[in-house]
Ligand binder design. Structure first.
Ligand code: FCB
Length: 434
């Protein structure tokens, strides 16, 4: 049932609104041993060699990134941001910004090194992290799966295989035993749509992923499994903490018609449906909130002369970020408004910008928060905003050159420096929560 439109609220952000920043284990912790770390080593040279041809027509300033993008070391996650060892310092920085929430992921391969073999030190580590957050009055949001997989899971058939629902539930049970009662917000998985596209539908947005195949029937098995896994993990989490809010962080794009003809309309309908609407329709009674990862809008145009009969592109008018993605804050309004029909709380689990010079980030955050405020006034029940990312990190197959962090990190010394835009985010938090 769609909810009636509400009258605009004067103070859109509730007192207990979650003001946060996000990271994921593989991108920041350092020293992983999982399917990504193995794959990176095998493709770093290739990604460095084809960087120019891959990026020169996409990024606004190739010269500015060339040195890093053509260096094979850029593509190896290695020690990443060394967050595994420096999380206390990072939480101090987060706290200094006035943030009251932090979204991070638990690295499955670290915790369960072999099937049913749990690493005590890793479990203790995550418990300590949670305590360190709580000590600072920061609410943790835990993601149980953020793209990376244990190598042994691949051997058992991966996410499309017969064992994954049971394996993932067992892992969730182990985590829940350790920290379940302390965690009120959970994302079972991150961006199942990206995982589907990158692993099973030949890739797209990124240059490559480990074991990318074009196999829709495996993709369908993955979808079925990820939906069952979400439902079963939610039950396990609720056993330890009945009031826990358990959802999925969905990667949602604002697709718009670039040409008004029936074919473009059909393509847009499909993109809007697959896969997150498909997933949401199947979990809507088994989920406590909808996580929204929002980065850009894209325009859909039919074009019979192109091999796929359609094109999907950034709008000309949208300014480009360092990766060439269009900046379009109103998309966050559009998406959150569309989700009202599910009648569930929404949390912006990711929204951010790669901006090495830090010229655009402050305005980016300001404008996206303004759209969120507008959306709340127009009836969306939005409970939190997590900027992506707290730290400069390993941006999957693009490596380290894109700089998303509120905090910049010296690649050699790992010294942390708050960017100017982080202070702008801090003053927005102050203004909105006053
Ligand atoms: C999202 C991912 C996150 C990060 C941002 C830029 O799709 O969830 O890990 O890479 O994009």
């Amino acid at each position: 049932m769609p909810r009636p439109k509400l009258i605009p609220v004067k103070e859109p952000f509730a007192k207990d609104f979650l003001w946060g920043a996000a990271t994921s284990a593989h991108q920041v912790e350092g020293h992983q041993h999982n399917n990504w770390s193995v794959w990176e080593a095998s493709v770093a040279d290739k990604l460095a060699k084809n960087a120019r041809s891959r990026l020169i027509n996409t990024v606004p300033d190739w010269k500015a990134i060339q040195a890093e993008a053509e260096d094979p070391v850029n593509y190896i996650s290695g020690s990443a941001a060394d967050h595994y060892n420096r999380y206390e310092e990072d939480f101090d920085l987060l706290k200094s910004l006035g943030c009251n929430a932090y979204r991070f992921s638990i690295e499955w391969s670290r915790v369960e090194t072999k099937p049913n073999q749990y690493n005590k030190a890793a479990l203790t580590h995550y418990r300590n992290m949670v305590q360190a957050l709580k000590k600072r009055g920061i609410t943790p949001m835990v993601t149980l799966h953020h793209f990376a997989d244990p190598i042994w899971l691949e051997d058992k058939g991966g996410w499309h295989g017969p064992a994954v629902v049971e394996s993932f539930t067992a892992f969730a049970r182990a985590i829940s035993k350790q920290i379940g009662q302390d965690i009120d917000y959970w994302c079972t998985v991150n961006e199942p749509g990206s995982y589907l596209l990158q692993r099973y539908l030949g890739g797209g947005a990124w240059p490559a992923w480990p074991t990318t195949v074009m196999n829709p029937s495996l993709g369908y098995k993955y979808l079925k499994n990820v939906i069952s896994a979400h439902k079963s993990v939610r039950k396990v989490i609720k056993e330890a903490n009945p009031k826990a809010m358990v959802g999925i962080a969905h990667g949602l794009l604002d697709y718009q018609l670039g040409r008004h003809d029936p074919l473009s309309w059909i393509f847009k309908k499909q993109l809007d449906y697959i896969p997150d609407t498909y997933i949401l329709n199947r979990i809507r009674n088994d989920t406590d909130f909808i996580g929204v990862n929002y980065y850009m809008r894209l325009l859909i145009k039919s074009r019979l002369s192109s091999p796929q009969y359609w094109t999907i592109k950034k709008a000309h008018d949208d300014p480009a970020n360092d990766m060439g993605w269009g900046i379009y804050p109103a998309g966050l309004y559009n998406i959150t408004q569309k989700l009202i029909r599910y009648n569930l709380p929404l949390i912006v689990t990711e929204n951010g910008i790669p901006d090495t010079k830090d010229n655009l980030r402050g305005k980016y955050i300001n404008d996206h928060l303004a759209e969120l405020a507008r959306s709340i006034s127009d009836g969306a029940d939005i409970r939190g905003y997590f900027y992506w990312s707290l730290l400069d990190n390993y941006e999957w197959s693009e490596g380290f050159w894109p700089k998303f962090g509120l905090v910049s990190i010296d690649r050699k010394t790992k010294n942390r420096t708050l960017r100017q835009s982080a202070l702008e985010y801090a003053s927005l938090i102050k203004k909105y929560s006053a």
